[in-house]
Design a protein around this ligand. Structure first.
Ligand code: G3I
Length: 321
């Protein structure tokens, strides 16, 4: 790849999750987002608690700003996420009967999908419904509506926008075979029932020393469903042991680059028609969710905190050579 290459030159969509606030306030961040990516996901702005903070209040501002940036720059906009266990307090405290809960589920999904129709071309309909031991997470949605609410969530989204591509999104495909199998059983079951599901999102919050065979299992088993495959939240900790004194050495940078290259190479080997794309979670090491969440130094992304390309960036480009 010549030096002028950007991630937009990749043979499949390459995206990032973005923050509306950083796009508003940080010109270096905004410039990098415009220059490098062909797809955007809102890191938080399209979540239930962000869009629908009170029962009769929708807050479109941040999400609309991200959508407008995507449209102005010819980028795809992927919606995250119509249904998840993270809900605002009014939902947690909602005291309706089963029919009222079903209406709550349907109304949120259809109001949101309708608002973004024609601008958001794909959705994470349900996010993280399967737990570590392969069962369903005991979320408020399962408690109130039973596990088959998942199928109905996809149907509600499809009714609101028949052209939108609908995904089931989760994490752990690389390091938890029990959970991976349960996820695949869920999506294959939905597909076989004729539920309108089009894709599977592998978050792939992975680590620099995750064995290659785990990465291969995650990606190829997802492709075996025949659905679109989105690596939807890719980042790569180089400090899984949470060493407070770790420094980002050249060796770690090269190891990270090699693993990014392997992930991209493996993804590029699945059938072309299933290559929905790769999205990193956040843009630079400076805005990654990982250091703050785990209270540790970490350098998970292809750009450093000064918006400079790291060896991982070249590793990504090399993955499709
Ligand atoms: O903006 C509010 C602020 O108004 C409020 O005062 C404050 C206190 O509650 O919260 C702020 O919201 C925070 C939000 O990030 C925006 O900064 C939430 O506390 C915080 O929990 C939220 O964290 C996000 C997390 O999802 C939970 O929604 C992270 O930024 C985001 O990177 C992370 O992303 C998730 C994906 O959606 C799903 N897969 C895993 C991934 C990493 O956890």
């Amino acid at each position: 790849q010549s030096p002028k290459s950007t991630l937009k030159d990749m043979p499949f969509k390459f995206g990032a999750s973005v923050s509306a606030e950083l796009l508003r306030t940080n010109s270096s961040y905004k410039a990098l987002v415009i220059k490098e990516y062909s797809s955007l996901t809102a890191e938080n702005a399209m979540k239930f608690w962000a869009l629908h903070p009170l029962e009769n209040t929708y807050n479109w501002k941040d999400a609309d700003e991200i959508v407008a940036l995507a449209q102005a720059n010819g980028k795809r906009m992927h919606g995250h996420t119509l249904n998840w266990y993270e809900v605002p307090e009014w939902v947690t405290n909602f005291s309706g009967d089963t029919q009222a809960w079903e209406n709550l589920l349907k109304t949120h999904i259809q109001t949101v999908v309708t608002h973004f129709k024609g601008k958001v071309s794909s959705w994470d309909v349900v996010n993280e419904a399967i737990d570590e031991n392969g069962g369903y997470k005991n979320t408020i949605w399962v408690q109130k509506l039973g596990t088959d609410y998942i199928a109905r969530a996809f149907q509600y989204a499809h009714q609101a926008d028949p052209s939108a591509l609908l995904f089931y999104n989760d994490y752990g495909h690389d390091y938890n075979p029990v959970k991976r199998t349960a996820i695949l059983n869920l999506v294959n079951g939905l597909k076989q029932r004729g539920i309108p599901i089009h894709g599977i999102g592998l978050q792939l919050h992975t680590r620099y020393n995750q064995p290659d065979e785990d990465i291969t299992s995650a990606i190829t088993s997802a492709a075996a469903t025949g659905l679109l495959v989105h690596i939807s939240e890719l980042d790569m900790t180089v400090n899984p042991q949470s060493d407070a004194n770790l420094t980002f050495t050249a060796t770690l940078a090269e190891q990270q680059a090699a693993k990014y290259k392997f992930i991209v190479k493996t993804y590029y080997a699945i059938p072309k028609a299933q290559q929905f794309g790769i999205t990193t979670w956040n843009v630079t090491d400076g805005d990654s969710w990982i250091p703050g969440t785990y209270s540790r130094p970490d350098w998970p992304l292809p750009f450093d905190a000064n918006y400079k390309r790291k060896p991982a960036y070249q590793g990504i480009l090399d993955g499709v050579k």
